[in-house]
Write a protein that binds this ligand. Sequence first.
Ligand SMILES: CC(C)(COP(=O)(O)OP(=O)(O)OC[C@H]1O[C@@H](n2cnc3c(N)ncnc32)[C@H](O)[C@@H]1OP(=O)(O)O)[C@@H](O)C(=O)NCCC(=O)NCCS
Length: 413
Amino acid sequence: MTSDNGFGYERVETVERLREFHEVVGTVFVGGGPALDAWVDAFRSRLAVDDFRVATDRGRIVGTYRSFAQRVTTVGAGSVPTRGVTAVTVLPTHRRRGILTRLMADGLDDALADGAAAVTLIAAEYGIYGRFGFGPATDAAGFRIDVERAGLGPVGDVDLRFVTGADYLTASTAVHAGVVIPGKVSRPPTEGERRAGLLLADVPDTTHRVVLYRDDLPVGVVAYRVDELWEDNMPGSTLRVVELLGVDADAERTLWRFVGSVDWVTKVVTGPRPVDDVVGELAANPRAVVQRERSDHLWLRPLDVPAMFTARTFAAPGRLVLDVDDPGWGRGQGPAHGRFVIATEGGAGTCARTDEPADLALPVTSLPRLWTSDDTVTRRVAAGDVAEQTPGAAARADLLLFSPRRPWAVDGF
Ligand SMILES: CC(C)(COP(=O)(O)OP(=O)(O)OC[C@H]1O[C@@H](n2cnc3c(N)ncnc32)[C@H](O)[C@@H]1OP(=O)(O)O)[C@@H](O)C(=O)NCCC(=O)NCCS
């Protein structure tokens, strides 16, 4: 155990401490999560695998931080090893005294030593993580569908089946593994169970679970809940999509048509989806499919720039030199600091440190969007995130970095 600001910092090693960990998380993240016993049961086996670390005051936990091994899918369907960070909390009695700063610095040091290419998280508030070198890597948006106006069309002759929670989990695990999209995080521990409705304790399980099969193989899954409503003897229920995933566009189209054709449902709402989701294009009246709450979703802290860029593909041959400013996390210059040359040919590329003059200069926090091709470089230059060092470099970079799909993390964590 070490000490800083009078607080202790240690790893969670016992189930009793794990219970206290979740109590603190529950105090900070008010509501929404599974009940204590269900959570402890689900995470007991993760004690030896994940990294649960805490800050303590007089022996009691006052700050929490968990990280776990993860992979993030690159443009071109490769992947890099990352660490996902979650359950970042500091009790309201102990805020703004440097606890997060210490937990994060220790976590980043360890991720770097472990060889992670990057560290990822989903930021509760925009202003928290930039100071540690995290930047948005993907956006996401929810959708609200006015079912009667949208006209998503008939489902057609397909093999859709309601299944048990256990069968849904098996199918969704397979389908998730088959989904290829840049920015996808490997399924976080217990996320499959949560979406299958298997990680809810004291509340009745109201999850509907449907699997789409092709030749008896699962190719799509949708889990949803319905808020039933009747007014003047007319149905007006809302269908809440917990998960909707297909291994290909055909499967996803079928699932959208299905959720858009459930009797008594007049409104469909979703959580974070890819911003270029095709659902709007499927509707006879696209205005009835509204994108809402669009914002940053997955954040990423680059650690190993050569590994990140070597693992993705490129749309054109060429060379691009990036000059990255990485001030680190309070313990010296960051590992992404310096100049890197990306050399591409035949779709593949290499990335290495260089002394060549830079084409583009950018802070480490702007690198994630470039890496996932979430936005054009031209637009990032216009926004002032990226500076062109050689004329025409942004347009050249856009040809190299083009990706046909916007990235999406698929899961939250
Ligand atoms: C976010 C949280 C973990 C910060 O913990 P903390 O121990 O108070 O943070 P620190 O004292 O180490 O603060 C470090 C810096 O971040 C800033 N900061 C902290 N929380 C911030 C926030 N929500 N928005 C903007 N800046 C924030 C601090 O002002 C401080 O800035 P400074 O270095 O310029 O003084 C804590 O406020 C919390 O638990 N919030 C509610 C839960 C939450 O949002 N968790 C994050 C989930 S992704």
